[in-house]
Design a binder for this molecule. Sequence first.
Ligand SMILES: Cc1cc2nc3c(=O)[nH]c(=O)nc-3n(C[C@H](O)[C@H](O)[C@H](O)COP(=O)(O)OP(=O)(O)OC[C@H]3O[C@@H](n4cnc5c(N)ncnc54)[C@H](O)[C@@H]3O)c2cc1C
Length: 348
Amino acid sequence: MTSADLAEPVTGVLTLRVSEVVRETADAVSIVLNAPELRYLPGQFLTLRIPGGGARCYSLASSPYTGEPPRVTVKKVPGGAGSGWVCEEIRAGDVLECLPPAGTFTPASLDEDVLLLAGGSGITPCLSIARSVLAAGTGTVTLVYANRDQDSVIFRDALWGLAEEHPGRFAVVHWLEILQGLPTRQALAALLAPYATRTAYLCGPQPLMDGAEDVLREAGATAVHRERYFSLSGDVFDMPTPASASASASASASASAGSSVTVTAELYGQTHQAAGDEHTPLLDALLAAGVPAPYSCREGACAACTCRVVEGAVTLRHNEVLDAEDLAEGYTLACQALPTTGRVRVEY
Ligand SMILES: Cc1cc2nc3c(=O)[nH]c(=O)nc-3n(C[C@H](O)[C@H](O)[C@H](O)COP(=O)(O)OP(=O)(O)OC[C@H]3O[C@@H](n4cnc5c(N)ncnc54)[C@H](O)[C@@H]3O)c2cc1C
């Protein structure tokens, strides 16, 4: 199976049945889904509708290459609406509504050696990547995993199992705050710098990722990817769907009367065209034309709609995820990208 097979377009809201709820630690559970047809890439996430309004993103901890059922793993945040519901209320047999798998925190190749750095629940996409590289690729995986104490280590046994199964290809280094304190920059440099030539994937608290990225870059790293956890502020399930967007987008297009723009998108091997204008983000123009363009937060914060501008130009209204390197390479966020030329062509 290639990554192209796994990333086939799925649109609209999915309804997935929970087959099992697994307690991983005192404050983390895995929700196993009965969804053998779900296609996703290692490290991608699902956006779940939470009761009472709103949505939350949760990374898949499973690998699409191992035949295991898809699972998300959620750590309870004190007072948290979404994680509280997942950890306390979801039961086997429940049906969840979610958006199709999305996200760009995924390896370009499973044959490359990778460095993974996870903190707490940041292990979920890292485990998916590790399992995928080990099962379907030839790369070597080093995981540095920081936690408060031994009891808060999610997937402790699974990680031991991987190390036993793949000696020489998988190594995990645990960092326990209760024993070692918070990892200092010096400690991070000692742990991570030897792997600076590898592609690095970081997922954990912001200060941990900042420190890790700094020491890796100082050691010469050029490929450092981050997955930033945050709670969506809007309700993506209440926004226009591709079908219903059509009418409102054309209404807003005529109301705004901006200069017309032709948007062309290369998506999943197909070329699509949409009419837009300078006030309409690329994503809205594509959805209005019925194009199954990926998205999740629609706030410029999650990177699910990342694409590359190969013709024309855009300006970003808001961007919390793409860095200067990404922008220089032409990457943009379709949900926030306003065309500044009459023709814009993007590739997903
Ligand atoms: C791409 C992505 C992947 C993710 N993957 C995972 C994953 O695999 N596992 C995982 O556990 N999480 C993951 N997350 C994080 C997850 O989406 C949620 O952000 C997390 O579960 C917290 O949501 P919550 O609804 O429980 O908390 P929220 O309700 O968002 O609250 C968060 C905190 O803020 C406080 N708070 C809320 N409202 C207020 C207020 N009005 N005033 C003051 N304080 C307030 C709460 O008490 C709580 O402490 C991911 C996020 C993203 C973007």
